[in-house]
Design a protein around this ligand. Structure first.
Ligand code: UDP
Length: 541
């Protein structure tokens, strides 16, 4: 891959003069360190001090000006993992004149995105924590778009999957170790520091047991924009829903080192027979990543043990089925990064979890090192307790020995119970191209709402309410349009809700004379796409 663009050049004397005269200029987005990304002009890095430098001059800018709050606990998170104390960014302040006492700077000519990879050894972490957030951070700031020099400061070497990071920009990323070889003082005329967290959907259990993030802000549409870009860069031609020969097939993703499926051949055959489809096995060890993506991106079903390789379900076509297998004593509901992914709005994947519930079908490895699930280093009673336990209790990341022991078991998959689980969940049937994707556009406000009140004697009254369709209805194909009307007596908290199909209605039930009512109206598309309420109507009987 020789996609490195010709090196940009820089007027060294002008850059140096600008740094001395103007110092560092920083303007950030975000209100707290966990949602902050900062744009810098004239940011330097001292290799000797292993610190970033903020140079003060008459022209320097530091926004936000946090004072000592910059250390409580940091200016920002360098990785996309929320508030992790090994991932904080800060800088050291110096007068710009100190430059004269420092080694001559080397300028990095391109716009840089300075960030941390969280765990570049693990494919799930690579996509969820790094690639997706980098991709969308680059699209948030025009200066970064597609041409940025990524600079990874977490301190790891390039890593096994460095090629995946290289796909994000034509400029080869730099890792911290390499900075030393460039010079002892590096300065970035233009840099962004930090990473957007808007695309992440999972928290790994550092402060509470792992689970979906509380406020998920990404949908399948953005995921697919990313995977489309990524597949293109991998030279995997896009085609929705069919294999090269036009036939549908199932992918069994196998692990070859640990957490094995012991009866893979039998499982392969059973799947092929049950669904009358070709079934193929892939693994990260035996296939190039591009080939994995090519296969997965046209598969009707992906079957795999719980594990990082399941992040490749990002590349599945809409309508495909993800089947995640869990070893004995591992509760699928407690480990849901892939379930959450499959269930993102508009991701349009069907998800099935299966757990081995038969102890005789599991193979344990108590003698392995602790990080591969061994437990012989624990005291006897603790070992005994773990061996007796039928479910790993909820726990925090990352070194719970009972969790590691159970998750690194091998499993003989009980075929009838697995097939039953899949049949039960895949009601719409297997097979791509049969699906119609619901529109996801929300109605705008109803227009021209009015009400008329009339009194029918001493105890009865009526409210006639009418309105016009939302403005965007005429542009949108919608299966079903309904209206929700709330009638609330002024000063009361309670209200009466109504669902209506027409654009006018006369309410007589529970309407009292000589009373003021507030009427709230909104439109609903396709049962669950709730629009905004129109301005409240005030009607007095
Ligand atoms: N891995 C693999 N084959 C194996 C075991 C692991 O390809 O037999 C990969 C796995 O997909 C991940 C990395 O090695 O990218 C680390 O695996 P680990 O078991 O530590 O993490 P997990 O898969 O549980 O997230």
């Amino acid at each position: 891959q020789a996609r490195e663009a010709p090196r940009e050049t820089i007027d060294y004397q002008a850059a140096l003069r600008s740094l001395l005269e103007e110092g560092t200029r920083m303007v950030c987005t975000g209100r707290t360190h966990t949602d902050r990304v900062c744009r810098f002009q004239g940011l330097c890095y001292s290799v000797e001090a292993e610190e970033f430098l903020f140079l003060h001059s008459n022209a320097s800018v530091m926004l936000p000006s946090l004072g000592p709050r910059r250390f409580q606990p940091a200016l920002l998170d360098l990785s996309s993992v929320e508030d992790h104390n090994t991932q904080y960014f800060n800088f050291v302040e110096l007068p710009a004149s100190a430059l004269r006492a420092l080694p001559p700077p080397l300028f990095v000519p391109e716009v840089a995105l300075i960030t941390n990879r969280f765990n570049p050894d693990n494919l799930m972490h690579i996509f969820h924590d790094d690639l997706l957030p980098i991709f969308y951070t680059m699209r948030q700031f025009p200066g970064l778009d597609r041409e940025a020099r990524l600079v990874f400061m977490e301190g790891w070497g390039p890593g096994l999957h460095f090629d995946l990071y290289r796909l994000l920009s034509p400029k080869v990323p730099l890792v911290r170790e390499q900075l030393k070889s460039l010079g002892s003082l590096l300065c970035f005329p233009q840099a962004y520091v930090g990473l957007s967290k808007v695309t992440t959907w999972y928290q790994y259990g550092f402060v509470q047991p792992q689970g979906p993030k509380a406020n998920i802000l990404v949908s399948g549409n953005e995921i697919r924009q990313f995977t489309r870009f990524f597949a293109e860069r991998l030279n995997v031609s896009g085609s929705e829903g069919r294999g090269p020969a036009g036939e549908e097939y199932i992918v069994l993703f196998s692990r070859t080192l640990n957490r094995l499926i012991l009866n893979e051949a039998e499982l392969l055959l059973a799947l092929a027979q049950e669904f009358q489809m070709k079934t193929v096995t892939v693994s990260l060890e035996d296939y190039a990543f591009a080939d994995v993506v090519r296969l997965v991106s046209n598969a009707s079903m992906l079957v795999s043990m719980h594990g990082a390789q399941l992040i490749t379900s990002l590349f599945l076509p809409r309508g495909a089925v993800v089947v995640e297998l869990f070893p004995y004593a591992v509760n699928p509901d407690h480990y849901t990064p892939y379930k959450t992914l499959a269930g993102l709005p508009h991701m349009d994947l069907q998800y099935v979890a299966w757990q081995n519930t038969k102890q005789e079908n599991t193979v344990t490895y108590p003698d392995r090192p602790w990080d591969q699930g061994g437990i012989v280093h624990l005291d006897r009673t603790e070992q005994e307790r773990i061996l007796q336990s039928r479910e790993v209790p909820r726990h925090l990341c990352c070194r719970n020995p009972e969790w590691l022991f159970r998750i690194y078991q091998d499993t003989k998959v009980d075929i009838p119970s697995l097939l039953q689980a899949i049949r039960g969940a895949v009601k719409a049937g297997l097979g791509l191209g049969k699906h119609k994707w619901a529109s996801s556009l929300y109605p705008s406000k109803v227009r021209g709402a009015r009400c008329q009140a009339s009194v029918q004697g001493a105890t009865e009254a009526r409210l006639s309410v009418s309105w016009q369709t939302p403005w965007n209805l005429k542009f949108v194909k919608v299966k079903e349009v309904k209206y929700e009307v709330w009638i609330q007596e002024q000063g009361e908290n309670a209200y009466m809700p109504y669902i209506l199909t027409h654009q006018n209605h006369t309410f007589a039930e529970n309407i009292k004379p000589f009373t003021t009512y507030l009427v709230w109206i909104r439109c609903i598309f396709s049962k669950n796409l709730l629009g905004p309420f129109a301005d409240v109507l005030v009607c007095s009987t």
